[in-house]
Design a protein around this ligand. Structure first.
Ligand code: F6R
Length: 246
């Protein structure tokens, strides 16, 4: 595992965007696994700027996102498709037919998950998977559990995650209670994984995930078993790991 400690969120975002852009330059038809949430917004902003300056070309890139709320259509401004469109897809020259997320409008969970697994397999797997880390150590919407879930599945969000995501909704009761998410095996199948984490409120999660025991109680801890993980985290997020990194 490589760890890059950055000064702050902006620095983290620039570093993460550099890693993604090198992937796109080296393999223009790569498959990027993408995440939503606050952590990657700055990363996407940098990628958009570099595209606008003519330094990046997304025309051959395929994307698969980690997750989507069950029940939200693409045009709902809280859906993850809407988020991706807002922060990246509508601002670069990506072919929207090659941007994939689980179908939040499919009420049959088995069908939605099966279809998304097929999509991920059909694009040949993920070259570079971008991840954020939840306060409880979740990755995608893989919440703390007794076992690691393998492929795309429907999850009931934990109370902590509902609380954390309430900031994006009018009120807590508007936060969907279920989501479709890539499973741990799918995430671990990515050829390279890039995790972005910022802020002191994530310091315990970073310590548990990257330096604690590997356990489904801290889903992100499985990343310790991946052979090519890059953690880009700011000083605040790494503040409880100084001795462990020495
Ligand atoms: C988002 C996702 C989540 C977030 C995590 C951190 O697609 O899958 O795992 O990465 O909840 O969220 P933020 O970045 O908002 O702190």
């Amino acid at each position: 595992m490589k760890i890059y400690k950055t000064k702050d969120y902006n620095d983290m975002s620039r570093k993460a965007a550099s890693i993604i852009s090198s992937q796109v330059i080296l393999k223009p038809n790569c498959v990027l696994g993408l995440a939503t949430g606050s952590s990657p917004i700055g990363t996407y902003k940098n990628l958009v700027e570099w595209y606008q300056q003519g330094d990046l070309d997304f025309s051959e890139v395929t994307t698969v996102n980690l997750d989507e709320y069950k029940g939200l259509p693409r045009d709902n401004d809280q859906s993850y498709y809407y988020f991706m469109n807002e922060h990246l897809f509508s601002k670069v020259n990506i072919n929207k037919d090659r941007t994939f997320l689980p179908d939040g409008t499919e009420s049959d969970s088995d069908a939605a998950c099966r279809k998304y697994n097929e999509t991920i397999h059909s694009v040949g797997g993920v070259d570079l998977q971008l991840l954020g880390l939840g306060h409880n150590g979740h990755i995608g919407f893989n919440e703390p559990a007794d076992t690691f879930e393998k492929e795309t599945h429907c999850v009931t969000l934990s109370e902590r995650t509902i609380q954390a995501n309430t900031r994006f909704f009018a009120s807590e009761k508007d936060v969907p209670r279920q989501a479709y998410t890539m499973g741990i095996q799918t995430i671990m199948s990515a050829r390279r994984i890039l995790v972005v984490v910022s802020g002191e409120d994530k310091a315990d999660a970073v310590k548990a995930a990257f330096f604690g025991p590997v356990t489904p109680k801290v889903p992100g801890s499985i990343l310790q078993f991946h052979q090519d993980v890059i953690l880009v985290a700011d000083e605040a997020a790494l503040s409880k790991c100084s001795e462990l990194m020495a």
